[in-house]
Design a protein around this ligand. Sequence first.
Ligand SMILES: O=C(O)CCC(=O)C(=O)O
Length: 267
Amino acid sequence: MSTVTAALKLPSEFEQEIGLLGCSLFEGVVPGFLLEGLRRDMCAREKICREWQVRNGVEGSMAGVAHHVVGGSDSFAEFLSNLFLDGYIQQYFSGPYILNSYGVVNNMPGSESGYAHGARFHRDVRTYSGSFRLMLNMLVMIDEFTVQNGATKLVHGSHQIQDRPSDEFLERHTARAVGKAGSILLFDSNVWHSSAPNLSDGPRRALTLTFTRPFFKQQMDYPRLLGESYTDDERLRQVLGYNSRVPVGYNEWYQPPERRMYKPGQG
Ligand SMILES: O=C(O)CCC(=O)C(=O)O
């Protein structure tokens, strides 16, 4: 897999990588000051999510994980508003797409198999979609990813395998998503992947986002969470799902196209 600067990767090169390998790495995408902000804000978000997990008795396997980091006035919002690699994501879907989930993982030092959440090989789309592009993962490297500190394991080409291969097969064909801090890996959500042990003495932090076609239900209702007046940025509204909502009742249903909850052209 080549690792050229985001701006220099040709659409044809991206298509070849994502089509054949199931993934494509972009180096030098996220600037240093934003990485610093993300490292800082991660701790605060982890704490907030931890409190909810404990309150609701679901903290068991969630150490180091924060879900749905939207809605603050923090670096997570800033990251999202940059719409990094938007053109490539549109290319992947051949059209509009929305945010399905936006989380944070901190693979902490000393973990033996990676944090529990992603420790087994899995794929993030539960319905195998074959060559129909339903979901795309974005893995943002907040720290450098190395083999020693638990760079994600993934099996090239495995987006074309419908049934779960054996663990032995997956381990034997594993590649590692190594890259400098600020790199972004896009991968087909049908790709079998797993977290890996962090054998270093520092954290290995990442943002994990998924994007889908607009008709796919979001993991959390971001437009309802954020409210109508959250942003005027049309591209950001599209990605957050404001153009593909489900109407409630006749008033929302009987509207001219530009005011509909599910706008024309969303697929
Ligand atoms: O943190 C990692 O290395 C893997 C993340 C993962 O498995 C996931 O986001 O589904």
